[in-house]
Design a protein around this ligand. Structure first.
Ligand SMILES: [Cu+2]
Length: 128
């Protein structure tokens, strides 16, 4: 059977020469009533996996609609941030990972729960 080796050769040739860049990993911790870090620094154009974890005693979210809208991500990650809502909502003890390629800019972030931003749940995402 000669067709199999040819098929395998075609598959090997189809693999891109340069492997995709492995995403960096950063963690954003949500608590009562803060984000840590409050200012998240990311590198423009480089993929990153942001691990959001809620260490608070109740529900919190990380809302950064402009940041998520400007970033490039696949459909699964876009769904994870609620599409155009640009929000990661986490119950107590929950976590969620979002992988994206950020675009340069400075973006505001806050928790949308009632009064939480005035209690300190605000932050920035700085991409450069
Ligand atoms: Cu909150």
């Amino acid at each position: 059977m000669r067709i199999l080796p040819l098929t395998l050769a075609a598959l090997v040739l189809a693999v891109p020469v340069t492997a995709a860049e492995t995403p960096a990993k950063v963690t954003v911790a949500l608590a009562n009533f803060s984000f840590t870090p409050a200012d998240l620094h990311l590198h423009a154009g480089h993929p990153v996996t942001i691990h959001f974890v809620n260490n608070g005693s109740g529900g919190h979210d990380f809302t950064a609609a402009d940041f998520f809208a400007a970033a490039t991500m696949d459909a699964a990650n876009r769904a994870r941030v609620g599409g155009t809502k640009g929000r990661i909502s986490l119950g107590k003890g929950e976590s969620s990972d979002v992988t994206l390629v950020p675009r340069a800019g400075t973006y505001k972030a806050h928790c949308s729960h009632f009064m939480h931003s005035s209690l300190g749940m605000t932050g920035k995402v700085i991409v450069d």
